[in-house]
Design a protein around this ligand. Structure first.
Ligand SMILES: CC(C)(COP(=O)(O)OP(=O)(O)OC[C@H]1O[C@@H](n2cnc3c(N)ncnc32)[C@H](O)[C@@H]1OP(=O)(O)O)[C@@H](O)C(=O)NCCC(=O)NCCS
Length: 204
């Protein structure tokens, strides 16, 4: 079946989230904070974030989905460079029971790492996944290509905080490593450190 890429509609958000969950079944973000709050809390949190970003114009976000027939099989969210003045930070209301220590620790360390780089003028890839049934068939590359078409039309640099698998994909598109962040999660249970790679791609 052929894959189509289009801009997401608000009615796609739930399917995007469910697909993301399927693609990230072992990701600590989808497990640790919601142990006591429940999966419904995770869903509410994510849909709230999508809603906020979708309407954000400073910086402007784009939501892309890959579809096979009616099914959403992949998504990618990116933003243009920050506009003049700081963007309104998303100020989430955490559902009852959310493990806030997890967010404080993980977001705190990720933000601190990001401060080392001067990312002014960079486009950023912020969310990206392909359903496990559709992985390794080129869907992810098609989405990244679509993102890079916009970046390159602007002759701009771009960056991403990559997962281990994402890293090998981005390398194929010319992204280079800026740094690595490894966060110890032992205080939350028997978890491996959460590691991400900060990568950037030069303007063309
Ligand atoms: C990363 C992800 C979006 C890739 O989607 P995809 O549709 O499978 O990607 P593609 O088929 O276009 O793969 C392109 C290249 O990426 C690399 N790649 C993809 N999956 C890989 C895997 N499991 N292991 C190693 N390399 C992989 C390969 O180099 C691959 O090229 P090849 O198949 O010719 O060897 C998908 O694996 C996913 O959703 N993973 C979980 C969520 C995630 O890590 N998101 C990225 C956040 S930065």
């Amino acid at each position: 079946m052929s894959i189509r890429i289009r801009t997401a509609l608000k009615k796609d958000f739930l399917a995007m989230h469910k697909m993301d969950l399927a693609a990230n079944a072992t990701h600590p973000f989808y497990i640790i904070p919601w142990k006591t709050a429940g999966v419904g809390a995770c869903e509410a949190f994510i849909l709230d974030r999508y809603e906020y970003l979708y309407h954000s114009r400073n910086p402007e976000y784009t939501f892309l989905v890959a579809t096979a027939g009616d099914e959403i099989v992949g998504y990618l969210i990116y933003r243009k460079p920050l506009g003049e003045g700081e963007p309104g930070e998303w100020n989430p209301t955490f559902p009852n029971g959310t493990n806030l220590n997890f967010f404080d620790k993980v977001f705190g360390e990720v933000k601190a790492a990001k401060k080392q780089y001067n990312l002014k003028g960079y486009w950023e890839l912020e969310g990206f996944a392909v359903h496990p049934n559709w992985q390794r068939k080129g869907v992810g590359s098609t989405l990244v290509n679509k993102f890079l078409e916009s970046v390159d039309a602007d002759h701009a640099k771009c960056c991403v905080r990559a997962s281990r698998i994402g890293k090998s994909l981005y390398e194929k598109f010319g992204f280079k490593m800026m740094g690595v962040v490894s966060i110890d999660l032992k205080e939350f249970g028997d978890y491996e450190p959460y590691t991400t790679w900060d990568m950037q791609r030069e303007a063309v």
